[in-house]
Design a protein around this ligand. Structure first.
Ligand code: NAP
Ligand code: MG
Length: 484
């Protein structure tokens, strides 16, 4: 592709208090197209001083925002939904360029991201409290649900629009102002979302966005600020655990959406066409770079060969290419390191006795491409079962009994998504009850929905995003004891 910069006019500065600003020390960093390696933008890199300023600006704006009528907050969110949909192609192009996902995935992400604004426009007017008589009759107990306060939001690169709106929308609906620190691989989409919120009339300073290469310093400064009240993080378990420790110093409320290692169970009674189609979505959305990506295929021994054959055919049929080529279904990985990680993960699995049915080696073309890969003959103990693969690689392990399938599924410190394909509804529900995961897809591979509580158990996180649960993360109860 050419070296021209189609997004030379896209916002590329810090967004603080309703103004585009340079970093206090004028530093910048580069954003690259993972599909070509080309430079797409130079972006301001926030400093610790910018971080302090952003928290103070958010705090001041938040004092007013919490007093804005819920209906008015809702209408701003509703307009943000509408404008995001109007700008769908522009935003999808930006996502493709900085993140690399296939066009269809990018359009799907814009729709999904916009839906958080619509959903939370509807939740903003449904925040209630409670009144009850104390058990011994000596007083009334009145409970208010109030905004938690200035919120620090930190997001990953894999869904640059949706991970931002999934936090911003409930924060705004609840009456909280925020500072968002997007991933440094993909800061541009978050800046475009800030522009939309400004265009639909969100008061200055309620949402601030700080792109930064110095993530640790910038986020650490904000979490130490005495005006910060909450941290909401999406990213790896490793970084989440660091931020939880920092949050503990100020006793900040914390919501954590962390890594996954999703099992995908296929029983012999499953409709194999449904299972192949569902497994393809569960594995390959966003090229496998998703926290809920199917990571361990646990397949009944009686159907393993047939399922692996059909699944490999479906994987091989995905056209590979740059996301701006709309026929491509598998785009590049986020960066060259991700490609070498895939090759190393597959190589170690093979050293341990596994076999690749398709793929396994990086694709020789400019940009960061790795092919759809299926690895079979995995035995328990193979290291591939312990990684969050985060790419287009599907390892297969087999089982004989339901108990064994469940035991394999739960043999991980993670517990985000899981998938079950079976023709037996009772079995599906038994598994759903016993599996250690925050989410279970039954006979389907696509589970994300703004109306549903998204989140994990074990080392996959704390709290939920989406659904009614998502707004509760930004509310705090206050109890009033009354004699009247
Ligand atoms: P990451 O490395 O943990 O980074 C996430 C965010 O934290 C980025 O904004 C990053 O900034 C920032 N960060 C990195 N180190 C930091 C530090 N020491 N202090 C403060 N902030 C820091 O994750 P990623 O590689 O972007 O994303 C992939 C991970 O996210 C996977 O594990 C995936 O499962 C998880 N994820 C989870 C969910 C969920 O809902 N549970 C959804 C999507 C992704 P820089 O970009 O500048 O490093
Ligand atoms: Mg990272």
């Amino acid at each position: 592709m050419s070296t021209e910069r189609p997004f030379a006019n896209v916002p590329n500065k810090l967004w603080i208090g309703g103004e585009w600003r340079d970093s206090s020390d004028s530093s910048t960093f580069e954003v690259l197209d993972p599909g070509t390696g080309d430079l797409i933008a130079e972006v301001a890199s926030a400093s610790a001083a910018d971080a302090t300023l952003a928290v103070e600006v958010a705090h001041a704006a938040g004092e007013k925002w919490r007093e804005v009528a819920p209906r008015q907050r809702a209408e701003i969110l509703r307009r943000a939904f509408e404008v995001m949909i109007e700008r769908r192609d522009e935003l999808a192009t930006l996502i493709v360029l900085e993140n690399g996902k296939a066009w269809e995935d990018a359009v799907g992400e814009v729709n999904y991201a916009a839906e958080f604004f619509r959903w939370y426009s509807e939740e903003a007017v449904r925040i209630s409290g409670r009144l009850q008589m104390a058990p011994n009759g000596d007083k009334r107990i009145l409970v208010f649900n109030q905004p938690v306060g200035t919120s620090i939001l930190v997001t990953p690169w894999n869904f640059p629009a949706a991970m931002a709106t999934r936090k911003i929308a409930p924060a705004l609906a609840a009456g909280c102002a925020c500072v968002l620190k997007p991933a440094s691989d993909t800061p541009l989409t978050a800046l475009a979302v800030a522009q939309i919120l400004h265009d639909v009339g969100l008061p200055d300073g309620v949402v601030n966005v700080l792109p930064a290469r110095r993530s640790g310093e910038v986020v650490g400064t904000m979490l130490r600020h005495p005006l910060a009240r909450k941290v909401s993080f999406t990213g790896s378990t490793e970084v989440g655990s660091v931020l939880l420790k920092q949050a503990a110093d100020q006793v900040l409320t914390a919501s954590m959406e962390l890594g996954g290692n999703a099992p995908l169970l296929v029983f012999e009674s499953a409709d194999l066409d449904v299972a192949v189609a569902g497994a393809l979505v569960a594995k390959m959305r966003n090229g496998g770079q998703s926290c809920i990506a199917a990571n361990r295929f646990i397949v009944h021994a009686a159907i393993k060969d047939e399922f692996a054959k059909r699944f490999s055919a479906a994987m091989s049929a995905l056209p590979v290419g740059h996301g701006l080529d709309k026929s491509a279904k598998l785009g590049p990985m986020i960066n060259p390191t991700a490609v070498s990680d895939m090759a190393s993960i597959v190589g170690k699995a093979v050293d341990f006795g596994a076999k690749t049915l398709i793929g396994g080696q990086p694709i020789d073309r400019p940009g960061s491409y790795f092919p759809a890969t299926v690895v079979v003959d995995i035995e328990p103990g193979n290291p591939i079962l312990d990684y969050e693969i985060f790419g287009p690689v599907a390892p297969f392990i087999t089982f004989e009994s339901e108990a064994e399938a469940l035991q394999l599924a739960n043999s991980t410190p993670f517990g985000l998504a899981s998938y079950v394909f079976t023709g037996d509804t009772g079995q599906a529900l038994r598994i759903a009850e016993r599996i250690e995961a925050g989410m279970v897809g039954v006979n389907r591979g696509f589970i994300s929905d703004p109306a549903a509580p998204f989140g994990g158990v074990k080392q996959s996180g704390l709290g939920r995003e989406g659904g009614h649960e998502g707004i509760e993360e930004f509310l705090e109860s206050k109890y009033v004891a009354i004699d009247w």
